[in-house]
Structures are given as C-alpha cells and as structure tokens.
Design a protein around this ligand. Structure first.
Ligand SMILES: [Zn+2]
Length: 405
C-alpha cells in the first residue's frame, strides 16, 4: 500500500460521521460502529482476524509464527473532535493496517504477533474525558466513569451496552499480563515544527505534562469617570501584566509553552473599573521539574503584581498531569528506521495528549509524528502529503522488521 492509498482511505473514513456536513465521530455512536465496520473490512483484507473488544475498541490480529514471541501493538484512535479533520487518529490506524498489508503482500512472517488497535475514545468529546478505549486496554479504566452521562443523559454504561461492548466488564479489554513488545503510534504532528524544519517525520521524545490553573485578581470596582487613576485598584490591569509575564516565561524557557486562553473582567461594563479579573493558565513542558518551576515562578509573579497594586489574588489549580517519557529502546529503533531512509533525525516533544499516554501504563511506547500542512489539526483543513505518509509507512515497516531481528 502506498502513502496515496492510506490518504485516500483516511478521506473515505472521514465521510463516516454523525453529522451530514462535517466530521464528528464520538465514542460508541452508530457512526463509530460504521467506522469500525469499514476499518475492520480493511483489516480483514490485510489478513487480520478482527474483533471489537469490551470497551468498543476495534482490534485486528495478525498471528506470528512463534507463540512465545509476544505481541507488538500498533494503532491510534478512530473517534474525533467536532468538525474534525481526516487524519488525527485514523492516520495511525490506517498506517498500521497498511504496514500489515505490506508484510502479507511480501510474504514476511514475523515471529511475534501484531495487533492493530483502533481506539474508541481518545478525544473525549462525548463524555469530557479522554482515553476511555485505551485506558481499558491498559487495564487502568476507572469503573466510576461508567456513570458519566453525555448531553442527552446517556451514560457510558448504556452507550457501551448499545454498542455491543461489555459495560459490566470493560476490564476484559485489558491486555495486562500478556507478553507485549511495546506500542507504536503514528500520528500527525498537530504543530508547525516539522514544516519549519523541512522534515517529513519526527520521533517523539516525551508527551508533555500540563498544569492548568485559574487566577483571580480582586480589586475594587468603581466609576470609570469619577475615580482618579491614582486611587484605583483595577484588577484587569494586574491581569494584563500577568498575561505578558506568562508569554515571557514561555519564551524564556526552551520547550515551555504557556497560554492564557480565557480571560474576563468583572463586572464587565465599559464604564466600570474592573473589581475582579480572571484568567485561565495552561503550562506544558516535557520535563515535569521545568514545568513545576515555571508554574511556581508565575504564581510568585501573580502575587508580586497583586502586592504592588494593593489587590488580592487567588490561585486555583485545575489540572496537573505528569509528562510521559517514550520508551528509549523503542524510540531508538524508530529513529534507526528514520536514519536508514537517509532522513534527518528530528526529535520532538508532544504538546498534546495521545493514546500512548494511557498505553505507557501497560507497555513501552514510541510515537512517530508526520508533518501536517500548516500545523493545522482539529479542523477540516487538516492535511498530510501522501509522500510524507509514504515515509511514515517505510519507517514503520523498518521498525517492525527490525524488531523481528
Ligand atoms: Zn489524535
């Protein structure tokens, strides 16, 4: 299978949607069942035995010739965000299917088995929580999640039952205790770095950890016309200082990204001095210690800004997820397969989460990023060049054959 073939399949799969005019495919919906059927057909054509597991993940199995040699896991997710592009997730699944198809076409028999996993939920659009599918495979599925309800009041339990999964035993999807050789995922970069470096692929070093917080400055509201400047305690001005400090912190530390994505002033009237101001904060870095130091620094800065202006400040942590390192040995193998093609050795951290985060609790993981046009993702304009996909297929092929020795 060529890069062109894989791109064509991604585009065909993108027409399998819950909505007429745009691609939206949520966990355990009829559209997801149709996607599983289509991809399952392609898996079967590639010579794999196909099943849907207890958590709604589609699994294609290619046996190896040595039953004691274990199983290599490949894959990505088939669910999408709302109004999605065609490649975030499906590219990794269909590249893995193409890899198996190529092995079969060339009559290569591997000692180990290969399972292609097409996860049922990574984006978390339906239930606001990601990794429902991959956490079940990793054996870390939280049973409490079964009671979450979507916007129509349908619980995970009911959705999974209607989908043909096993809501009373999602742990049956777990691969814990098996002899696994690792998990490798191909994914679009979702950023502009490969394009800027003029490289088709990169090996992912780590998936960045993230801190989210909400910061609230409290001053005193007053009349915009009558309170003199020197007597004001304007919370929005403090917030403005903090926003620029966040940008400066991100720029000062290599690999650090720091964002204020939501900000508001209260009461929010043109003729009232803001008495309170709120900002969201999102800080990410592949190294947890660097991220923690940056967050501490920003917190101290917020207090200093508030102190200098006679304001109050409250800092509320919302999320703190550690970074996930990829497996060094698998990553070196992947890098070796890139080098064997004469391509530059680009290593990137991933600023976004992936199924590999969940799978890293189960087995060693490695990821290959593929250049995408303009770094655009989570958008219908998402696009990859067939030539870059062809490179990814060659890298994956080299990686899998290399593991076979
Ligand atoms: Zn994805």
């Amino acid at each position: 299978m060529s890069g062109e073939d894989v791109v064509r399949r991604c585009r065909k799969l993108a027409r399998v949607s819950e909505e007429e005019e745009r691609l939206t495919r949520r966990f355990a919906t009829p559209a997801m069942a149709r996607a599983n059927a289509l991809v399952g057909r392609w898996m079967a054509e590639a010579g794999m035995a196909v099943r849907v597991d207890a958590a709604g993940n589609l699994v294609g199995h290619l046996p190896g010739c040595d039953p004691d040699a274990g199983t290599l896991l490949l894959g990505s997710h088939l669910d999408t965000v709302r109004d999605a592009g065609a490649f975030d997730g499906p590219l990794g699944v269909l590249a893995a299917v193409a890899c198996v198809a190529r092995l079969r076409a060339e009559e290569v028999t591997l000692p180990f088995a290969v399972d292609v996993l097409a996860f049922s939920d990574e984006e978390g659009l339906r239930y606001g929580t990601g990794y429902l599918g991959s956490s079940a495979v990793a054996g870390t599925f939280e049973p409490a999640l079964l009671e979450l309800a979507d916007e129509d009041g349908v619980t995970v339990r009911d959705a999974l039952a209607a989908f043909g999964g096993e809501p009373d035993a999602p742990e049956r999807a777990s691969r814990r205790g098996e002899r696994l050789l690792g998990y490798c995922e191909v994914h679009i970069e979702q950023g502009p770095v490969l394009e800027q470096r003029e490289a088709p692929v990169a090996v992912v070093g780590a998936i960045a950890g993230a801190t989210r917080a909400q910061v609230r400055f409290t001053g005193r509201a007053g009349h915009a016309g009558t309170v003199p400047m020197e007597l004001r305690r304007d919370a929005a001005c403090a917030l403005a200082e903090l926003v620029l400090a966040v940008e400066a912190a991100g720029r000062a530390e290599p690999g650090l990204v720091a964002t204020v994505g939501r900000l508001s002033a209260q009461p929010g009237a043109p003729n009232v001095i803001p008495g309170a101001a709120l900002a969201s904060l999102d800080v990410r870095h592949a190294d947890d210690a660097v991220r923690a130091a940056a967050v501490d620094g920003l917190r101290a800065r917020a207090e200093a800004i508030a102190g200098a202006r006679g304001l109050g400040v409250a800092w509320e942590g919302r999320l703190d997820t550690p970074g996930v390192a990829m497996d060094p040995a698998l990553s070196e193998r992947l890098a070796g397969a890139v080098a064997a093609l004469g391509l530059p050795d680009v290593r990137l951290p991933s600023g976004a989460g992936h199924d590999a985060v969940a799978l890293s609790a189960l087995t060693g993981t490695a990821m290959l990023f593929v250049r995408c046009a303009g770094g655009v993702s989570h958008h219908p304009d998402e696009s990859v060049a067939p030539a870059d996909v062809a490179v990814a297929l060659d890298v994956l092929d080299g990686f899998v054959r290399g593991l076979a020795g």
